[in-house]
Write a protein that binds this ligand. Structure first.
Ligand code: HEM
Length: 141
């Protein structure tokens, strides 16, 4: 459960992340594809190489969905409801993959904004990304 402090931390982190959605999203996806090759199987036929315009536009979509979730942090479930349906019923992404992407998003934040990622911030962002993963996999049941 996100505490009031977690929510404040995540919102303040996102003030810095805003504007970097495309670059951060693309790098996080790229790292996930390299470190967990099975995740590439959902993108068959797409050019997911590091510099591709597809990777960048998809990275931006993913991170902007998170920006929107941060803006509605008290109601993440409703905010991600449609995406949750899409991932469960249309894309059928194995639930084990959501924490994998979350992990890589956290890594990218830490790499590019090391001063931002204090222990407390690390913990709050991790909890937020876990909550997003939980919501996105809630429709599998
Ligand atoms: C599509 C967000 C995790 C695979 C999307 C879209 C968004 C999104 C916003 C576009 C939906 C649309 O255009 O209507 C997220 C978020 C995630 C997440 C916020 C977790 C933090 C994953 C994971 C995988 C995945 C872990 C697979 C390993 C896909 C695929 C598409 C998609 C295959 C369709 C891409 C396309 O047709 O171009 N996702 N996603 N997603 N997502 Fe996710």
């Amino acid at each position: 459960v996100l505490t009031a402090e977690d929510k404040a931390n995540v919102k303040s982190a996102w003030d810095h992340i805003k504007g970097h959605e495309e670059a951060f999203g693309a790098e996080a996806l790229c790292r996930m594809f390299d470190s967990e090759p099975v995740t590439k199987t959902y993108f068959g036929g797409k050019d997911i190489s590091e510099e591709s315009s597809y990777l960048h536009s998809h990275g931006k979509k993913v991170m902007c969905a998170l920006t929107n979730a941060v803006a509605h942090i008290d109601n993440i479930e409703a905010c991600l409801d449609k995406l949750s349906d899409t991932h469960a019923h249309e894309l059928m992404v194995d639930p084990t993959n959501f924490p994998r992407l979350g992990h890589n998003i956290l890594l990218v934040i830490g790499i590019h904004m090391p001063q931002l990622l204090t222990c407390a911030m690390h913990c709050s962002l991790d909890k937020f990304l876990c909550q997003v993963a939980e919501v996105l996999t809630s429709k599998y049941r």
